[in-house]
Design a binder for this molecule. Structure first.
Ligand code: FES
Ligand code: FES
Length: 158
């Protein structure tokens, strides 16, 4: 085992685990952060979507040895603190649009949406249908039309 350290939701954390343990299991089973969901563990379903240094990534497909001590990991639990409010505007838009059904995919959907809006803003443009099409997070309940509306609404307040 090795002690791995990184920044998680604004705090330095450490975990004593083997190098090849994937980060999703470190987050969920060692550190008790369960917002990122386990769906496929194959970098396909995107249920585990979180942010690394502000960009979307899927911790089920990253070994903990590849995370640097200075890397900043943000999960849905830490998202509101990134804007200093009780709920992130994207979370509020999700509530306003009554998006969730079973809810399982939704933390990943919201994290992917926030990363997408940030990316689009960094390119000095507004979100387009093609951008929305680029979101690949799977929702088995089929909430896609409400997700699309919520992303557009949430972007207005980001
Ligand atoms: S659990 Fe990470 S992409 Fe499916
Ligand atoms: S709300 Fe059930 S999987 Fe998306």
């Amino acid at each position: 085992m090795t002690t791995h350290t990184f920044v998680l939701n604004g705090q330095q954390v450490s975990a004593d685990v083997d190098d090849d343990v994937r980060l999703l299991w470190v987050l969920r089973d060692v550190l008790g952060v369960t917002g990122p969901k386990y769906g496929c563990a194959l970098d396909v379903c995107k249920a585990c979507t979180s942010h690394i240094n502000g960009k979307a990534f899927n911790p089920c497909s990253v070994q903990v040895k590849d995370i640097e001590p200075t890397d900043e990991i943000t999960t849905i639990e830490g998202l509101p603190a990134t804007v200093g409010t009780e709920l992130h505007p994207m979370q509020q838009a999700w509530l306003d649009n009554d998006v969730a059904q079973c809810g399982y995919c939704q933390p990943g959907q919201i994290m992917a949406a926030v990363a997408l809006v940030k990316l689009v803003r960094s390119e000095n443009r507004e979100i387009t249908d093609a951008d929305l099409d680029s979101l690949r997070n799977i929702c088995r309940c089929g909430t896609y039309s409400r997700i699309r509306q919520a992303v557009v609404d949430g972007a207005k307040n980001m």
